[in-house]
Write a protein that binds this ligand. Structure first.
Ligand code: NI
Length: 254
């Protein structure tokens, strides 16, 4: 998985595991596949060529596109979803997703240094060298041969994904190990601040109005420690923890 740098924030909940394909010749349900994460050994194995482009391959391609889009990635390779098959899907911003079966990079020109990430290495990005321009060829989802030329992000994505088919990860291309960075340190990325707030807890609501008690608790939600990889449970907090100034007022005092 090649992901945009800076990474877009992801859904915290990851709902919608299934979506129905719209009006088309195939009417199967697409599924979001689990993405294998480094150091899963499958990411180091070489994928096998696809001998026949059949419905099973087309279904895998559709699932991979769904998985890729759900993760806001730019590319996804078979081994990343546990399939040791030479298939990749690419989704460059503003363009339709497409699939390359048995893809090959046939020519590379130029080199440039670029920050890169991978959803199989969540939370990290690193500086790597990629080609400026490539030529590639592959089969499409109907088994037809096609060629393409690509530059910049598209070329980078194809190089990154074809690498995955050979068990190679962007970590192997790091210009220096020091160039591997934790994502999220940049001040202009979206981030959250801690939020202080007050909880008014009403006790004994069945008592007459003038005898009702309200407990006032001041607390802080530590949102600054949340990031795109956080789970909802990390947003939980315990009112008995942290700074608080419990006080009891009779209702109507304020
Ligand atoms: Ni990747």
């Amino acid at each position: 998985m090649l992901s945009l740098i800076p990474q877009e924030s992801k859904s915290l909940t990851g709902h919608e595991y299934v979506a129905v394909v719209g009006a088309g010749c195939h009417n199967w349900q697409m599924a979001i596949l689990p993405i294998r994460v480094f150091p899963d050994p499958i990411l180091r194995r070489k994928a096998r060529p696809i001998k026949r482009v059949d419905d099973a391959v087309r279904r895998l391609a559709a699932d991979m596109v769904e998985t890729l889009q759900n993760a806001h990635g730019v590319g996804l390779a078979g081994p990343q979803v546990g399939e040791l098959k030479r298939i990749i899907t690419i989704q460059v911003p503003e363009q339709d997703a497409f699939t390359m079966i048995n893809p090959e990079v046939t020519n590379r020109e130029g080199s440039r240094q670029v920050m890169e990430g991978c959803l199989s290495v969540p939370g990290y990005s690193g500086l790597v060298t990629r080609s400026v321009h490539i030529n590639a060829r592959a089969l499409d989802e109907n088994g037809g041969r096609f060629k393409l030329t690509a530059e910049e992000l598209l070329a980078q994505a194809i190089e990154h994904e074809v690498d995955h088919l050979n068990g190679i990860m962007f970590l192997d291309h790091l210009i220096a190990h020091e160039e591997l960075r934790k994502v999220g340190a940049s001040p202009d990325e979206p981030h959250w601040h801690d939020v202080g707030y007050t909880v008014y807890a009403q006790h004994a609501p069945t008592l007459p109005h003038d005898l009702q008690m309200v407990e006032v608790m001041n607390t802080v939600a530590r949102l600054s420690s949340m990031n795109a990889e956080s789970s909802l449970s990390e947003a939980e907090y315990d009112l008995s923890d942290g700074p608080q100034e419990p006080a009891v007022h009779s209702h109507g005092d304020n």
